[in-house]
Design a protein. Structure first.
Length: 313
């Protein structure tokens, strides 16, 4: 048994040296292993060392080759880890099985606050598993504060599951769902959650084809929830009618600091609606790029800017 332990320790040491990690691994608070070509098999070896890294707070493993197998091994290391606060597993070919393994570890880990899963292949089943974990964490108190799921395939069903979790989870403050194919149905579900969740402050919904109909629902929710600080809605086929409903809901919205409506089809009429509401806001960042806005729309915006002392970008 002793010789086996020695062999495993030697294997872990060899892997860490290849990855350029300074030994011992028990001391660093931050380890960046991005773009190291780490495979699922190597992840199993790596996790043996991670369990002993009791001071580790940030672990970056993005752009590797972990897949579901490597993610399962990492989930075992994350489970009940005493110090890990940020885990980056973006762009690792992780599917539903890997997401489900991570979800189970979230239920027992009380320190992890930020989880990056962007650019993977997580579908509806994986999103549902993560949603179940968010609900379980809500019952226990604490849990994730930031969840990155941009560039996955969660679809309307996955968005609905996450939205259901958000109705009871009060720890998550930042949710990234860009490019997830949530469409109108998913946007309406997220809007329903937003109406009762006052802790979610940063919502990223770009490139989801929510259109005017999806924005109508979000706008209605914002009449009840006045705590959102950032709203990202670029690349969503939003027209002037959708922007009008949003502008009406945002009138006098004191908390909002950043509004992204780029790469839509708001035109001059939509720009005029934004211009009309701008003086009543405390925006610091406004993005209306690539929206078919002509001279009339630009003039309306420039006139409104004279009354917007808070806007810096």
């Amino acid at each position: 048994m002793g010789s086996r332990d020695e062999a495993l320790e030697a294997e872990a040491g060899a892997l860490l040296r290849r990855l350029g990690v300074q030994l011992p691994l028990a001391n660093p608070s931050r380890v960046d292993l991005s773009q190291k070509g780490i495979t699922a098999r190597e992840a199993v070896t790596l996790c043996r060392a991670l369990r002993a890294a009791t001071s580790l707070q940030v672990l970056k493993l993005c752009y590797n080759e972990l897949g579901d197998g490597g993610t399962q091994a990492l989930a075992a290391a994350v489970d009940r880890h005493v110090s890990l606060q940020t885990l980056d597993l973006g762009f690792n070919c992780i599917g539903d099985d890997g997401a489900a393994c991570l979800a189970r570890s979230l239920c027992s880990n009380r320190t992890l606050r930020t989880l990056y899963l962007s650019g993977n292949s997580i579908g509806e089943a994986g999103a549902r598993a993560l949603a179940d974990a968010l609900q379980s964490c809500a019952a226990l108190g604490g849990g994730l504060e930031t969840l990155h799921l941009t560039g996955n395939r969660i679809g309307p069903g996955g968005a609905c599951a996450l939205a259901t979790a958000l109705q009871v989870n009060k720890s998550l403050t930042r949710l990234y769902l860009g490019g997830g194919g949530i469409e109108v149905q998913g946007a309406c579900a997220v809007a329903a959650a937003l109406a009762v969740n006052n802790t979610l402050r940063y919502l990223y919904l770009s490139a989801n084809r929510i259109g005017d109909q999806g924005l109508f629902s979000i706008a209605q929710s914002l009449q009840q929830n006045r705590c959102v600080r950032l709203l990202e809605l670029g690349f969503n086929r939003i027209g002037p009618a959708g922007v009008e409903s949003l502008a009406n809901s945002l009138w006098g919205y004191a908390e909002l600091r950043s509004l992204h409506l780029d790469n839509n089809v708001v035109g001059d009429r939509g720009a005029a609606h934004v211009a009309a509401v701008l003086p009543s806001l405390s925006l610091e960042h406004l993005d209306l790029g690539f929206n078919q806005i002509g001279t009339v729309g630009v003039k309306a915006l420039m006139k409104a800017l004279l009354q917007c002392v808070s806007l810096t970008r």
